[in-house]
Design a protein around this ligand. Sequence first.
Ligand code: FE2
Length: 333
Amino acid sequence: MSIPKTNPNAPFNATRASHAVLTVKDLGASRAFYVDAIGLVVSDESTDALFLRGTEEACHHSLVLKRTDGAPACERVGLRVYTEEDLDKAKAHFDKAGLPVKWVEVPHQGRTLHVSDAVGTPLELCATMETRPRLTVQFEKFKGAAPGRLDHFQILAPEVPKACAFYLDLGFRLSEYICPDGGDEPLFVFMQRKGNPHDIVFANGAGPRFHHVAFTVAESHRLFQACDIAGALGFGRNLEHGPGRHGPGHALFVYFRDPDRHRIELFNTHYQMMDIENEPVRWDASYTRNRAWGLPPRRQWHFEASPFAGVAPRDPARKPDPFTLEKFLAEGA
Ligand SMILES: [Fe+2]
């Protein structure tokens, strides 16, 4: 496959990854994890929902947790568009493309559109939210890792090239991608609108399923602080991968699973990828075996993900065969 080109005349102006909506069994347990251990800030809460934001964020929420009596799932991932006019353009674009799209009412958000992308990922688009004070320098209110802002999502999907083509047609740019050694059909695509390497990432796997939401931390030591505090509060076993350094994106990272097994990444932010001459960076899948330092992720990091509510996952044509921690240990390397 040749990598598709970004559409320079995007049908509407999507600006960034915005928010994720997850369902959880026990809001109290989720609050202990996300607020006390991870350090997200509560914007609003009720007996049925918890609206969270990062310490730098003025938007009302970047993570919404809704109580469910059913199986925990991801309801939607959210994208921002620049103006109300862009929402109307998005509606017209998806109507023309034959994708079911509808206006919905969502608390604390302006007009909101629901649509699913080309591989079935449920999306939520809005131009505005209520605002709350940024806590950027209110250090006395910081907890846990004091995450700054939501940066990106990662989705597992069986048709990565199809997802890539869909978002590049919306004006997203490909920053990095991973192919099998010697092959040219991508296993991972990292796409962005806001000028750093990621807003939405797709990886080959049974899906669509929600792999993780990532929040920035301003200082690297906060990754270790998050581990220490999580451990002290009884969430030590929720640490899944890291601390370590990524290949694509190059960031230092740590991954946790929340009490419902949803996955969150904390990382120390990204480089700028804005100028038009920046070409996508290709990685061979073997980089995970040849990484400079650190351990590969355990198998579950590659294969476990949250279902999207009401969406049946499909298996990929190319069965994933990642280099895992289990393989690394079996080799005695
Ligand atoms: Fe990530």
